[in-house]
Design a protein around this ligand. Structure first.
Ligand code: ATP
Ligand code: MG
Length: 333
């Protein structure tokens, strides 16, 4: 049956716990679409090393943490395939072939690469970091994915992946699939600091694995409208981070909250409490699923191992076609 379905490929770098930004940007779509599509979710451990090559001591731990995040949001291992990138070496072979005809200048001008290089303080980018979008194109192409659900920062990478695939099909033989991008309902969730996107590495995130108490205190200390000092001062929802979260996580109460905030008839503490209630509704069932899997880590290990084996077989099939198309299968293996 699975063979007749279109395929999804997505993934994340195992660089820390997943947060609400991942959920609204990509995970929610993955959960929603996993029955309709044959879904492959890639834990990009080698891509994590493109920025963490010297500080990789938490890699194994992070791989299991991210697997628990997936399972807790409702990725069903019976129907979705979770795999570990480094254990599919065919990916690196395809990355090399793609890199033969990918322009260094195009990579240098990629806006996401530029902003991430600045974030990591890279003045002189490594070959591996500059080229990670090529490796990502290989991740997508090797599984012949039709659809890639991602957040906004990934749009330039998906554009490139499409070009690389198209070029391959023109140069050699049309064996690869040009993927479509599906950007989440909230393409770029702002962080608790109200300044940049919520990110694992910027200390501004509400993690899916946070306890109820942690979430309460993170929300409590979030900055709202700086001009609002007393509870009944009129508020300015358009500049309030908590209001942005209400728009996403508390749709039913949003117009009432907006009116009351502008009139000064709801205080920030009340408003934050209402957000907390909504987040708890979303996260409590996730916590329950997480603890079930966390108590059975051998099962999680099997899920990763079996998923990776299944994915590797698909990758091997594609690579046979790729080598044949490129006329480098000298012994017809
Ligand atoms: P890192 O700092 O390790 O790069 P990250 O938080 O940017 O971490 P990634 O693993 O790079 O996370 O991204 C995984 C997926 O989640 C991508 O599809 C990305 O677009 C999406 N995503 C990440 N952060 C957000 C956010 N704040 N809002 C919406 N989508 C997001
Ligand atoms: Mg990132």
């Amino acid at each position: 049956m699975a063979d007749s379905k279109k395929r999804i490929l997505t993934g994340d770098r195992p660089t820390g716990n997943l947060h609400l930004g991942h959920y609204v940007g990509s995970l929610a779509n993955r959960v929603k679409l996993q029955k309709e599509y044959d879904s492959f979710i890639l834990i990009a451990d080698v891509q994590a090393l493109t920025t963490h090559w010297e500080k990789d001591e938490n890699l194994a731990e992070n791989i299991f943490a991210i697997a628990l995040d997936y399972l807790s949001v409702g990725i069903d291992p019976e129907i979705s395939t979770i795999l570990i990138q480094s254990m599919v070496p065919e990916l690196f072979e395809l990355t090399m072939y793609f890199s033969l005809y990918t322009s260094v200048n195009v990579l240098r001008h990629n806006p996401t690469i530029k902003s991430e290089a600045a974030q990591h303080g890279f003045k002189d980018m490594t070959y591996g970091f500059l080229g990670y979008p090529v490796s990502q194109a290989a991740d997508i192409a090797i599984f012949k994915a039709h659809l890639v659900p991602v957040g906004e920062d990934q749009i330039p990478h998906l554009e490139l992946a499409r070009k690389i695939v198209r070029r391959f099909n023109d140069l050699y033989r049309p064996v690869l699939v040009e993927p479509d991008t599906l950007v989440g309902e909230v393409p770029r969730l702002v962080g608790l600091d109200g300044k940049t996107k919520m990110s694992k590495s910027l200390n501004n995130a509400i993690f899916l694995s946070d306890s109820s108490d942690t979430i309460k205190s993170k929300i409590r200390s979030a900055v709202t409208d700086p001009a609002r000092i007393r509870k009944n001062d009129p508020g300015h929802p358009d500049i309030c981070t908590i209001f942005q979260y209400q728009q996403i996580f508390n749709k039913n109460e949003i117009s009432e909250i907006e009116t009351n905030c502008r009139q000064g008839s709801i205080g920030c503490v009340d408003c934050k409490n209402r957000l907390f209630v909504q987040l708890e509704q979303l996260l409590a069932p996730m916590r329950e699923r997480r603890s079930k899997f966390a108590n059975n880590m051998p099962l999680v290990r099997d899920i990763l191992f079996d998923g990776t084996s299944k994915a590797r077989a698909v990758a091997e099939d594609t690579m046979r076609e790729v080598r044949e198309a490129m006329k480098i299968n000298y012994f017809n293996q």
